[in-house]
Design a protein around this ligand. Structure first.
Ligand code: ADP
Ligand code: ASP
Ligand code: MG
Length: 412
C-alpha cells in the first residue's frame, strides 16, 4: 500500500482533544488506503519545560543526559496517539526512536540522522498494522545513547521517514495553514503562499522562520520528498496548505518571496586586533573549534596596524565564543584590546530567487530601513538573500516595513 507521512507539531497534540482531532485526520488517510507513519512532537510547551529543568539542575549539563530528558515529551504523545487510534479501531502502535531504530550521529542536542532501517515497521505493516506512530525529534547513537535532532527536529524526523519509506507525500500539520510571506504573528498582511521553492524555504528556515526546521528542507530537497505544510485546525481539503517544491514548478513569484527574522542573534566586536595576514584564521579557527556558528562578519579598515572585527553568532553561544577568544588571547595566538558582546540585536532578512536576475533589492531594503530611522549594524548577502543586523527593538517594525516595501501582500 502507498505510504503517507503525517507530522503533528506541538500545538496539534497539545491536549487529549487535539490528539483525537489529529487521529481523525489520520483515519481519513487510512480510509483512502494509505499505510500511515505519524510523527508526533511533544505537547506544546513541554520541551521548553524539560529544557528549563535541565538548565536548572545542571547549567553546564552533560549533553547525553540533556537528550535523555528533553526527548521524553515525544514518548508521551506517541503512546497517546497510538491509544487514540486503537480506540478508533485502527491497528496502530507507537515507536520510540531507538525502537525503529532511527540511527543518528553522536552530536547530542544537534544529532544528524544517519540511517532509518525500514524492516521493523514494514514487517508490522505487512501483518496488518495501518499506522506506525513514531516519536519525533529523537534517535539513538552508535554508542547506544538517546540523541535529539535540535529544536524543531520532528520536522526532520518526518521528512527522513518519508524518504526512507518512499512515501507519496510528507504532510506537516502545524498551527498555521501554510508558509507565509513572513511570520503571520508579526503582520496580518502576511500572505499564504501556495507554493515555495526548496531553496527559498531553506533560506527562510535557516534565517529564522521556524515553521520548518532547516535540516528537514535540506533532506526534502535532496531526496525529492513532496513536502506540504498545512493546518491541523482547518477542514481537510486536497489543495490546502503550502507545497514546498522545485523552482520549475512555480510559474510566478515576486522578486522577494519572504521576510524572515531571528531574535536570537548577538553581535560580537573584537576591538583593536592586529591587522595582519592570518588574523581572520586566528579568530575564527578557535571559534569553529568551540562549536560557535558564526554567521555575518565585517572587518573595519585598519589604522596603525590595528583593526576591529565584528561577527554575529546565536545568543546562546556568546559565552562559548568569549571563552574561546579569551583562551586564544591567553595563549598568545591572538592579540586584542577588548571583546564587546551586544545581545540586543536581531537579524532581518529578505529572501527570493528573483534576486538572482533583478538588481536594486538591496538598495530598496536599505532605503526602507533608513526611512524608518533604523540603523543597520551588519550586512550579509548571498545570491538569494540579504540579511541585516539591527537593534532588536526595531525588529517587528523592520519586518512590517519591508513586507510593505516589497509589496508581499500582493501576489505578482
Ligand atoms: P509546530 O509546533 O507545529 O512545529 P512551530 O511553532 O515550530 O510549530 O512553527 C509554526 C510557527 O512558525 C507559526 O506559528 C509561525 O508563528 C511561525 N512562522 C515563522 N515564520 C513563518 C512563515 N514564514 N510562515 C508561517 N509560519 C511562520
Ligand atoms: N518538541 C521538540 C521541540 O520543541 C521537537 C519539535 O517539536 O519538533 O523542539
Ligand atoms: Mg516546529
Amino acid at each position: 500500500m502507498p505510504v503517507l507521512v503525517m507530522k503533528f507539531g506541538g500545538t496539534s497534540v497539545a491536549t487529549l482533544d487535539r490528539i483525537k482531532r489529529a487521529a481523525k485526520r489520520v483515519a481519513l488517510e487510512v480510509a483512502k488506503g494509505y499505510d500511515v507513519i505519524v510523527i508526533v512532537s511533544a505537547m506544546s510547551g513541554k520541551t521548553n519545560e524539560l529544557v528549563g529543568w535541565v538548565n536548572e539542575t545542571s547549567p553546564l549539563y552533560d549533553a547525553r543526559e540533556y537528550d535523555a530528558v528533553v526527548s521524553s515529551g515525544e514518548n508521551v504523545t506517541a503512546g497517546l496517539m497510538a491509544l487514540t487510534l486503537q480506540e478508533m479501531d485502527i491497528p496502530a502502535r507507537s515507536w520510540q526512536g531507538w525502537q525503529v531504530p532511527l540511527i543518528t550521529s553522536s552530536a547530542h542536542a544537534a544529532a544528524r540522522i544517519e540511517d532509518i532501517p525500514n524492516d521493523n515497521i514494514n514487517a508490522k505493516f505487512a501483518e496488518g498494522m495501518r499506522v506506525a506512530v513514531v516519536a519525533g525529534f529523537q534517535g539513538i547513537s552508535k554508542e547506544g545513547r538517546i540523541t535529539t535532532l535540535g529544536r524543531g527536529g520532528s520536522d526532520t524526523t518526518a521528512v527522513a521517514f518519508a524518504a526512507a519509506f518512499d512515501a507519496e507525500r510528507c504532510d506537516i500539520y502545524t498551527d498555521v495553514d501554510g508558509v507565509y510571506t513572513t511570520d503571520p504573528r508579526i503582520t496580518d498582511k502576511a500572505r499564504k503562499l501556495d507554493k515555495i521553492s526548496f531553496e527559498e524555504m531553506l533560506e527562510l528556515a535557516s534565517l529564522g522562520a521556524k515553521v520548518l526546521q532547516t535540516r528537514s528542507v535540506e533532506l526534502a530537497m535532496r531526496y525529492h520528498v513532496k513536502l506540504r505544510v498545512l493546518s491541523s485546525f482547518e477542514e481537510p481539503s486536497d489543495n490546502a496548505g503550502t507545497l514546498v517544491c522545485d523552482e520549475e514548478e512555480i510559474m510566478e513569484s515576486n522578486v522577494v518571496s519572504g521576510i524572515a527574522y531571528s531574535r536570537d542573534e548577538a553581535k560580537m566586536t573584537l576591538v583593536s586586533v592586529e591587522d595582519r595576514p592570518g588574523i581572520a584564521a586566528a579568530i575564527f579557527a578557535p571559534l569553529s573549534e568551540a562549536g560557535v556558528n558564526v554567521d555575518m562578519i565585517i572587518q573595519n579598515i585598519g589604522e596603525d596596524g590595528l583593526t576591529d572585527m565584528t561577527f554575529s553568532c546565536p545568543t546562546d553561544q556568546v559565552l562559548r565564543a568569549q571563552k574561546a577568544l579569551d583562551a586564544a588571547k591567553d595563549s598568545g595566538a591572538l592579540v586584542f584590546q577588548e571583546l564587546i558582546a551586544d545581545t540586543n540585536v536581531a537579524k532581518v532578512s529578505a529572501v527570493g530567487i528573483g534576486m538572482r536576475s533583478q538588481s536594486g533589492v538591496a538598495a530598496k531594503m536599505f532605503q526602507t530601513l533608513s526611512d524608518e530611522g533604523i540603523n543597520i549594524k551588519v550586512i550579509a548577502t548571498s545570491e538569494i538573500k540579504i540579511s541585516v543586523l539591527i537593534d532588536r527593538k526595531y525588529m517587528e517594525l523592520a519586518v512590517q516595513a519591508l513586507h510593505d516595501a516589497f509589496e508581499l501582500e500582493k501576489a505578482s
